[in-house]
Design a binder for this molecule. Sequence first.
Ligand code: SF4
Ligand code: SF4
Length: 469
Amino acid sequence: MGQTKPTEDFRDKISTVDEKGKRIWVFAKKPFGKWFNKRQVISYSLLLFLFSAPFISVDGEPLLLFNLLERKFIIFGKIFWPQDFYIFAIAMLTGLVFIVLFTLVFGRLFCGWICPQTIFMEFVFRRIEYWIEGDWTHQKRLEKQPWNREKIIKKASKHALFFFIAFLVANIFLSYIIGYREVFDIISDNPLNHLGGLIAILVFSFLFYGVFAFMREQVCTTICPYGRLQSVLLDQNSMVITYDYVRGEKRSKFRKNEDREAEGKGDCIDCNQCVNVCPTGIDIRNGTQLECVNCTACIDACDHIMESIEKPKGLIRYASDESIKTGIAFQFSKKAKAYSIVLVLLLGLLTTLTASRSDFDMTVKRTAGSKLFHEMEGNKIGNIYSINIINKTNKDLPLEFKLLEGEGEIKIISESRILPKQDMYKSSFLLMMEGDNIKGLKTYFKLGVYSNGKLIDKTNVTFIGPAYN
Ligand code: SF4
Ligand code: SF4
């Protein structure tokens, strides 16, 4: 896409690995500018939300909880059970289409602006690194110098702080799974009482520490599946961060008072600032590459240069390859429109399913192993059923059972008539009917379950009687 270099050698290997397969450490220059400021506001807002959400309660329940172990999920205070799995399936499908559509139209916007890996790396860990070790040139010098007092203090304090933050992130991460109270118990109680939880916290702490202290951009360039997918999702019309080679080439060093146009030179002064700030170590002038996480640092860097040489900003900018080539402004392609329609339909379905989702799930089955029917005193016939009711709300509810259709008598076998909050009520009941009212092998009833006088759920029940009736 829009290469200006005679060879495409750079596509044979990732930018952070040399010919021998050895890692090239990226010392990225500290970015600043309009785009960085915007990303900063969004990133710190998202971090604030991420760190506070586990502590926010709605009706006594956390705002968000993804308890895979107990298969309990709470999203914005609403409790979802395995029975609501179909909503998750639709949500996953919607998410997948959304990613495809979004990437097709807006490239890897997600990576630069929302992805937790980029946000933590660029706005937490790398900020600490700049604060302790200084900008990229200082970091390089520190790396090369022997292990003296300065190096030991700087490296030790940086890694100690990195691990502490990784530990905090691990605690927050676990709070989303088991709740913050459980996490607090694990870290404050006798470790022997919570060995499993403690091991989980330590494993996640070391994992996050390893990712942000050492793995860094390798997560985006070699591990993240979304990064790998972009080569098939992007097309000529996708909006990406790109270098305007039409305007920039032929690149050449800046000379004061030179008429570059007359010399056949473009606006790129080959200052390498866009490369120096890149956290994945690429040269965006080579065109769209899988390593680019759309962090916007190169836009800011180049805009500063353009300003200093009194040229218009935007030599590197958000644009599609097609718009650079043709000079026609970015357009919404037919494919993107088709994806949008599918996405809107899926979102509509998801909203309807979530809004119409019942707070209760009831199952009534004939009790396994019992006789088809029981002949009882007073010419009565009885059938035994088992009943399960799931309460997805966070209130204990008193229960009452009534027949909505048909004449009969219900006897609940369990003593309890309370449906516990976020739990299941299990019991059996005997349904009795006057023998004279039974008209054949099968009679149909409608069972209603009430709480505080309000019908909360209902279901059909088949009653088996003697065939001779
Ligand atoms: S920052 Fe701009 S002018 Fe400098 S090398 Fe990059 S594209 Fe060219
Ligand atoms: S090329 Fe630019 S946008 Fe892409 S990762 Fe490098 S600095 Fe960020």
